[in-house]
Design a protein around this ligand. Structure first.
Ligand code: PLP
Length: 381
């Protein structure tokens, strides 16, 4: 028997209490029982999104809410500023183009952080832009973009909404939706919410509702107003993912019990231990020091080592699933996820498997140094 460890930035491990909740017999969604659970889920989502505004919940993967944000906020031909420093920013640009928007493309290297002053300049040059789109936590690169600073800029433009992909941000890094002036913030269930894939959620600010009123892009399943009107009656416009909603309450209860601030602090500690552990092995981190998130740690494959073999050996020999690089970085980086249901010993285990994998692939380093560095973080040294 081999014990398996899922160390990817989505899907992420699901706690036993959440799995057990989902194993309960299915209940009908047009019942007081489901309505009570659904109302609780929406309140819990507002807690993790740090908003007192609207939170909407969909049976969908994360990309569904990304598409919904575009379809609900804009008219064909509107100008939007799309920032991209990774795969998911690229996706937002593609979605905006599919819907016929004029995209002002703020493209960066995957190793760079989005510059708020570039957004300020783009808005000065295009004061009629109707939206700015940013990925807070870029899963492909591990970069954390400063949505707080970007929020301060965009809030000066009353007709321009700030759309934030926090699909691997929520629950891992701070994201103060209301305080920072973020108009639409999105997340997905298979990330910090510690659930299987299948749910996605977003917030909608007053400003975003004004954009919705004006928007003429086609939408049906993802029409935000259908969800809002139903949420007001503690129900959903379409058949919800009942078991996932019940599971969501279990996971949100765990986050509330830990306290969101502590959840975020735990992620910061796990990320720091992973980074220090990898650096102690002589490996180079991919994301720049000024913008490293806590959801995932991407690491350069060292010279002379086959990057795909690292990921394969970790999984096949040691049972530890990590993620490889995406697009241009396939085989050049590997990514260790620590988002959601993770504790200190998941990191120790992963670093141990990484050391054994690298040693087997002929990479030279001092065995045990990665684990030792991570232990030092966990012991507060
Ligand atoms: C930052 C980010 N945005 C968007 C997505 C897309 O979500 P999904 O694959 O659930 O459609 C992901 C998923 O990995 C992500 O990490």
């Amino acid at each position: 028997m081999k014990k398996n460890y899922l160390m990817t930035p989505g899907p992420t491990p699901v706690p036993p209490e959440v799995l057990l909740t989902q194993a309960a017999p299915i209940i009908h969604h047009r019942t007081p029982d489901f309505s009570a659970a659904f109302a609780q889920a929406i309140e819990g989502l507002k807690y993790v999104f740090q908003t007192s505004g609207d939170a909407l919940l969909f049976a969908s993967s994360g990309t569904g809410v990304m598409e919904a944000a575009i379809a609900n906020c804009f008219c064909a031909g509107d100008t939007v500023i799309v920032t991209r420093n990774g795969k998911f920013g690229d996706r937002q640009k593609q979605i905006a183009e599919v819907y016929g928007l004029e995209v002002i493309d703020l493209a960066y290297e995957w190793t760079e952080v989005v510059s708020p002053s570039d957004i300020a300049s783009a808005l000065e040059a295009n004061p009629h832009a109707r939206g700015v789109v940013v990925t807070q936590s870029e899963t492909s690169s591990g970069v954390l973009n400063d949505v707080k600073a970007i929020g301060e800029i965009v809030r000066e433009y009353p007709e321009c909404v700030l759309i934030v992909d926090s699909i691997t941000g929520i629950g891992a890094v701070d994201c103060k939706t209301d305080e920072w002036g973020l108009d639409v913030v999105m997340t997905g269930s298979q990330k910090g919410l510690m659930l299987p894939p299948g749910l996605a959620a977003c917030t909608v600010s007053e400003k975003a509702w004004r954009a919705y009123e004006r928007s003429d892009l086609p939408k049906y399943y993802f029409d935000w107003m259908k969800y809002k009107k139903n949420i007001e009656k503690d129900t959903t416009p379409f058949t919800p993912a009942v078991s996932l909603v019940l599971g969501l309450n279990a996971s949100l209860t765990m986050i509330r019990e830990e306290g969101l601030e502590n959840t975020i602090a735990r992620h910061a500690r796990l990320a720091e231990a992973t980074r220090r552990g990898c650096e102690a092995l002589g490996l180079e981190l991919f994301a720049p020091p000024e913008g490293r998130g806590s959801a995932v740690t991407p690491v350069w494959v060292p010279d002379g080592v086959d990057g795909k073999a690292i990921v394969k050996t970790m999984k096949d020999t040691y049972g530890v699933t990590i993620a490889g690089g995406q697009d241009d970085y396939t085989g050049r980086i590997f990514r260790v996820g620590h988002l959601g249901y993770f504790g200190d010993f998941d990191i120790i285990t992963t670093l141990a498997a990484l050391e054994m994998t690298l040693a087997g692939l002929g990479y030279e380093f001092e065995r045990g140094s990665g684990i030792k560095a991570a232990e030092a973080v966990f012991m507060g040294e």
